[in-house]
Design a protein. Sequence first.
Length: 162
Amino acid sequence: MQHAHPEAGRAPPRPTAMPTDEASEAYLTLTVADQLCGVPVLAVRDVLGHHAITRIPLAPPEVAGSLNLRGRIVTAIELRCRLGLPPRPAEARAMSVVVERDGELYSLLADAVGEVLPLPLAQRAANPPTLDPLWREVSTGVHRLGERLVILLDVERILAIG
């Protein structure tokens, strides 16, 4: 004779909600002119090394050009220009963080791409008043990471050029 397991027929235990002070959002870190930034990892489609970029005539200065990613045309946005920073040194190679908006792909050109970090929501702060207005316009807040400040970029606002 078989005995039913004492848990048989019971609903599985429901997961307990994570306390709000431990809730976090994952960000891909990138560096633009020595400033550490973060892009929500859910917005990232791909990370690429140096790619050939074709200039687009009459494009705004923030648009570095376009690149081909597996047969799709990707508009490359130069973050240094978009954020009012000096151009990247000629010998430095840009990294591409590919994001998608409205079915179109965009490459955010950064100096370096770091790692994916879970940043606790409770430790996020509003943009400091001393942050450059151009950066404030495209940032959702800041996060202290050790001695460094991570500026959290809003992809929609970064791509709102014009």
